[in-house]
Design a protein around this ligand. Structure first.
Ligand SMILES: *Cc1c(COP(=O)(O)O)cnc(C)c1O
Length: 245
């Protein structure tokens, strides 16, 4: 495969369109587009598709399933040693080791138990891991993350967050959310807004910690997320095409 591979050209075109949309959304939000990092979500995509993506200029991938990802990493690292991999999906504690050893960042840290498991594995392999705390800002039961939909109860989060912050090998960088998807992105705006408010609240409550990163927004709603302060947008379908399950 080379840079004239049709898939690679298609991906390149998709990225260019998205970069323009990111720039416009940042402008509307009074923000610098350079503060918005684009993660290409490659779960369920083959190594061939990822290779085409790299040829189109992508170096940062978001993945949901550790075993699947490690398989892709092992194949691609020969050709491309400098790729960056972020874990964005719910992680079972028993798979913490794979993430501790192989990933560059974890967006979906959602329990004290998982923080502890990651901490132990990180010490054993001599690494630090930047993490984001996943917050459930919508109240949907199926969603992961700490219960954060009711602003009156944010104080209840404090003891658990203290325990996460006490894990030395984890470097907390901010928050992540995956609100319910809606065809109308405006419906998601209040959730993004809530995550940013929570970020400000935690910034006051835990002023020693950097809370600067906000990971929010997918193919469906990244523009609104950027208007509301996203620093990471996680986009799969709009870059790599629909996933086959
Ligand atoms: C799959 C996934 C995305 C990307 O979704 P698209 O609709 O394909 O852009 C973003 N974030 C998380 C947590 C995901 O699991």
């Amino acid at each position: 495969m080379d840079s004239t591979n049709p898939l690679s050209l298609q991906i390149k075109e998709n990225i260019e369109t998205i970069q323009e949309q990111i720039a416009a959304a940042a402008k509307r939000g009074g923000r610098d587009a350079g503060d918005v990092k684009l993660i290409t979500v490659s779960k369920k995509k083959s190594v061939e598709v990822l290779r085409a993506a790299v040829q189109a200029g992508i170096t940062l991938f978001g993945e949901n399933y550790p075993e699947e990802t490690v398989g892709k990493m092992d194949i691609l690292k020969q050709e491309y040693p400098d790729l960056t991999w972020h874990m964005i999906g719910h992680l079972q504690s028993r798979k913490a080791r794979l993430v501790a050893e192989r990933f560059d960042m974890m967006h979906s840290l959602d329990s004290v138990r998982l923080a502890g498991k990651l901490g132990i594995a990180l010490v054993e392999c001599g690494r630090y891991l930047p993490v984001l705390l996943e917050m459930n800002v919508s109240g949907e039961e199926s969603k992961g993350g700490w219960a954060a939909w009711d602003e009156k109860h944010w104080e209840l989060l404090v003891p658990e967050i203290e325990q996460v912050l006490a894990v030395n090998a984890l470097i907390v960088k901010g928050l992540m959310a995956m609100p319910p998807l809606s065809a109308d992105a405006e419906k998601t705006r209040p959730y993004f807004c809530r995550l940013r408010k929570l970020q400000e609240w935690l910034g006051k409550r835990f002023s020693q910690t950097e809370w600067g990163e906000l990971s929010m927004g997918t193919s469906m709603d990244f523009e609104v997320a950027i208007e509301e302060g996203a620093t990471f947008v996680r986009i799969g379908t709009a870059i790599l095409g629909a996933r086959a399950y």
